[in-house]
Each structure stands twice: as C-alpha cells, then as structure tokens.
Design a protein around this ligand. Structure first.
Ligand SMILES: NC(=O)c1ccc[n+]([C@@H]2O[C@H](COP(=O)([O-])OP(=O)(O)OC[C@H]3O[C@@H](n4cnc5c(N)ncnc54)[C@H](OP(=O)(O)O)[C@@H]3O)[C@@H](O)[C@H]2O)c1
Length: 294
C-alpha cells in the first residue's frame, strides 16, 4: 500500500486528487483540508507527517488570491513559502516523495516564447514571488520531489475564470475580456492525473526523477479566446441560452492590483520526455464539465 497525504484537499486540484486517489486499491489516502491541517502551523504539520509516515505528500494547498496578495503579502508568504519550507523538511525527514504545485506567474511573461524549466524566473507579483520562494524551498530541503508548474486552472469546484464568466453572464449581455495576455487553461482533473502519474513513475523508477516540470493544457490562447470558448460550450450545457457578446480589450483597460505577465505559455516537452505525459485539450474538459459547485 502506498500511503499518500493530500494537503489542501478542498481546493480545485485537491478535490480532483482526492476523487481520483480514493478509487485506487493500492493507495491508503490521508486527506487534509485547511480546517484539519493549517499548513502555517508548523508543529501540526510536523506531527501530522510523523504520525502518518507517508510515502508521498502532495501539496495542493496554496494562497491563490493573486490580487488580494498584494495587500496581504505576509499571509501569502506564510502559506506559499514558509509553510512549504516546513513541509519540505518534514517530508524529507520521513523520506517521503514530495509533489508540489507551482505557477506560470514565476515568469515575467516578456520572453516572447514558451518557457522551459531552464528559463530564468522573474515574478512580477507578491503571489508569483511567494510561489517561487516555495519552489526554492522544495528544491533545497526535499530529497525526492517534483514541482509541477501549471497555469490558468479551472474545474468544477472553487473559484476560477470559467465560473466568473458564467456568473457575469447572469447579469450582463456584453463583457470585455483581456486579449493581450496569453497562456494555457488547464483542467484541475488533468493536473491531478498528471500528479498521480508522476507519483507512480517516481516511486517505481530507479532513477532520481526529481525536478521542476511544466504542464498545462493545450492549445495556448488569450483570456478573450478562453472566454469565447466558454460561452460557446459550457454556457449552453448549463442551460444558459443567452448570447453573450465578448469584446477583446487590452490589459490597460482592465487594471488589477497584481501585475499579470503577458505571455506565460509553458513549454511542456520535459514532462513528455521524462514521464510520457502530453498536454490535454482543455476544450474537451470544458465540454465535459457537467456541474459546478461553490
Ligand atoms: N488557480 C490557478 O489558476 C492556478 C494557476 C497556476 C498554478 N496554481 C497552483 O495550483 C495549486 C492548486 O491551486 P487551486 O486552483 O487548486 O487552488 P485553490 O482552489 O485556491 O485551493 C487551494 C486550497 O488551499 C487551501 N489553503 C489555503 N491556505 C491554507 C493553509 N494555510 N493551510 C491549509 N490549506 C490552505 C485553501 O483552503 P481555503 O479555501 O479554506 O482557503 C484551498 O482549499 C496551487 O499551488 C496554485 O498556486 C493555480
């Protein structure tokens, strides 16, 4: 039996991890939401890891409110950087494989080409900086680990762009959506599947596959193109037959507290080479999404 701890079990990715891993007969699963384990409480984290003695820890917990983080940097760093250091040390102590999720926002988005794992980071927001520090803590303190950088996460549970668009459609007929920020929507269920695939291969492999990996959905799009796809697919499925008019706008017409990188396309060739994992079509996931929960 593989003892697996999932932290942040009620988040977008955490929920999918739990639903996928509970189906496995070879996994003994220990799940923790924020109420059950606040990762900023270092004593609780240490004693939890020491008592479970997991083979694998998957950290799906994070401070993900990108704009709020600009005013709340202390809490953001506490969750995304300091708590991750403590978690990494606890994982290392019990020789657990640590799987951690990070973000495309560690890049400044100015390179004009898809980012590889070798490209220099240069985060532009508190959130991005805190996540980069979290990654560095994993690399520094874990003996066996994978950091999975992903982007523009959406799923049935929690807050995301798809739900924001659908919510807006209930009160508006026309919206402007930014067309000069490019990246890749990524379905939370696909991220969970990628993490468990990596887990299985890393546990079996004689080679040390530890490292940073990029994974996002395909194809790359702008937020405007993503919104158009949402209204042509999901909206009809959930019974909204209203025709939304989506207009492309430049970033400066939609100012936000946190600076967003303009182009964070992730180059996913390393994960394909090492794990034979290829990017999924995010439109398929959009089409297959049936129900949304808060
Ligand atoms: N969302 C995106 O677009 C995106 C893009 C790129 C990368 N990522 C990364 O992907 C990972 C998963 O993101 P997600 O979208 O699934 O995030 P999410 O839905 O916001 O879930 C994060 C979870 O972490 C929990 N959490 C927050 N602070 C905590 C604490 N102190 N102790 C324990 N749990 C805590 C939250 O609980 P509460 O709800 O109770 O606060 C929430 O359940 C994160 O590492 C994120 O940085 C996300």
């Amino acid at each position: 039996m593989i003892r697996v701890v999932v932290i942040g079990s009620r988040g977008q990715v955490g929920t999918c991890l739990v639903s996928q891993l509970t189906q496995r007969a070879d996994v003994e699963l220990f799940t923790f939401d924020r109420q059950e384990l606040d990762i900023t409480d270092s004593n609780s984290v240490t004693s939890c890891v020491e008592s479970v003695q997991p083979h694998v820890i998957i950290n799906a917990a994070a401070y993900t409110a990108v704009d709020k983080a600009e005013q709340d940097s202390q809490q953001c760093y506490a969750v995304n950087a300091d708590a991750v250091e403590n978690l990494a040390k606890a994982a290392s102590k019990v020789d657990a494989l640590m799987l951690h999720i990070s973000t495309d926002y560690v890049f400044d988005g100015e390179s004009g080409k898809p980012y590889t794992e070798l490209d220099a980071e240069n985060p532009q927001s508190v959130y991005g900086k805190s996540k980069l520090e979290g990654e560095q803590n994993i690399v520094a303190f874990c003996s066996r680990y994978a950091v999975l950088r992903t982007s523009w996460v959406f799923g049935e549970v929690g807050n995301n762009f798809v739900k924001t668009m659908l919510r807006l459609s209930s009160t508006r007929d026309e919206i402007g959506v930014v067309d000069d920020q490019v990246g890749s929507p990524t379905y939370a269920g696909d991220i969970a599947r990628v993490l468990t695939t990596m887990m299985d291969k890393m546990l079996r492999s004689d080679d040390d596959l530890s490292g940073i990996y990029h994974y996002s959905g395909t194809p790359y799009v702008s937020w405007f193109q993503f919104a158009e796809e949402i209204f042509s697919n999901v909206a009809s499925q959930i019974g909204s037959d209203k025709k939304m008019v989506v207009n492309p706008i430049p970033t400066h017409e939609y100012p936000t507290p946190a600076k967003r990188p303009p182009d964070t396309r992730l180059d996913c060739r390393k994960i394909e080479k090492v794990f034979s994992i290829t990017p999924s079509l995010w439109q398929n996931a959009l089409k297959n999404m049936k129900a949304f929960q808060e």
